[in-house]
Write a new protein. Sequence first.
Lengths: 136, 414
Amino acid sequence: MLPLILIYLKQNDKGGAFNIFDCLVEGTKKVKELSGSIPPLLTVNWQKGIAAATRYKNNNVIELNGSVDDPDEYDDAVILHEYGHFIMDKFSYSKSPGVIHHSNDTNQDIRLSWSEGWATFFSSLLRNNSLYVDVS
Amino acid sequence: MKTLSYNIENLQDSIGGSLKSFAQGQDTEITVSSVLWDIYDSTDDEGDTISLGAKPIWDVFSKFKSYYDCVLEDFYLDFFSNTANEVYRAQINSIFSTRKVFYSDSTFKRGKIYIKNDGRVIPDGNGTGIISSLDVTENLRIKDINIFVDLPHAYRKDIIMSIISPSNKEVILHNQTKPLDGQSENIFAWYQEPYETIPAESIDDNLKGENTKGTWKLKVIDPIKQNEGMLNLWKLEIKGDAAEVTVNLRQGWNFVSFPFLPQDKSISNVLSTIQGSYAQVTRYNASGNKFEHYVGNVKYNQFNAFEYIKGYLIYVTNSAGCVLTISGVPLSQQTIPLKAGWNIIGSPKAEEALVEEALKPLKLGVDYSRVCRYDTATKTFQDYTLSKKEFTTFKIGEAYYLYCVKDVSWTVEP
């Protein structure tokens, strides 16, 4: 099986890029196991030292923060959380408002809660680990 | 370097604090993730006695395709639509109960949804387009309305689309705009504010307060020749207050008011459903300090139409009583004069409300001193004063005596 994932390598830090790649390969394997099909081509934009709002951007694009303040390239939980949004976009249907959120927000729009909660669960499922870690 | 971490297994945060102290319910994403994890995982803990793995969760998740509203409650309902999962109901209920899934007070409540499957091709290069009709049977006063449209098209910028309410208010949803960054040419979106696809004109500003009952229309035009598309379906999600109420009237005098009135406010029209069951309608003219009557005879009628906020006495002749259905356009904000002394008023609220709340901004003891309710069952009056409270609420559709201590202007908010 060849997972159809593309990563732009714009700088020398290939370690970060390959960790992202590695996470998504595992994610793709699991989705294949569950759904019987391989997800469509996914592009991840990440650049060491360059700030970006980590998010699934729709249209099969994930953006990851590369800033020194809050780098996400080794935050497997975060990477796979965004991958969970991609999988929701492709295999389910999300009408999440897609706004800024945090994990224990109260009175959140329940559609946003479903979307974000699914993504966090799916991240844990793919890592087989209930701990969600975001190093900054 | 800081680390944000939490554990969806036992809801412990990174510094050992318990997230359990925070609100839970389906309006927190951590609840959603922890419920799914409890269903999936092999570790049993509080409220969690099952380990179903990923497949049954995926099976529900992957059914949330296209036309579902995807929230945790839908997951719950869909999980049990597979009868094989019924054996897990007690355990799933236990997990949902522990996480207080259905006990939260979310700001988001799903509205009533009406769906129209259309399936017509939109005439290409045609300035008339198509009109798709959808009948809404429930009569609500709109507080929030969202419109979902599934319209595959090769070039979205061709499309002009609008929604038309039963009262013929037209709001443009799409006006030949191209997709936003990341969107496809196909329209498959909720037009809603402030989220998702922002309509060309404000739906809320134009349709809030409208009545829902009647035929809604979606008009789609593709005036530019070349690229084609079709209207698969569209749906309305409506949230609102009831704009219709039924009032049980007994034989004899009944104190009635009208929170909703149709465009034709004539008494004969408003009371058409109880035609033959009543003999007289009476109102109190506080300025003239006299009662005025409607008896269905132009020669003797002293008024012919109902007004919002005013209270009326209807004399029912039918020994079995009758049921009056009141519907129409709800009251909007207005200011009415009240005279010192007795007035007969109706509740300005579209739902049952506490007496003093309904009468705001008037103040008990300052603007008025006494409110009286006629109990049709016992044929006696009940008092509401500073010292005596024999009833506590204004009921929708009822009328009351109000004793004002001075002339006042009452600005009512529905």
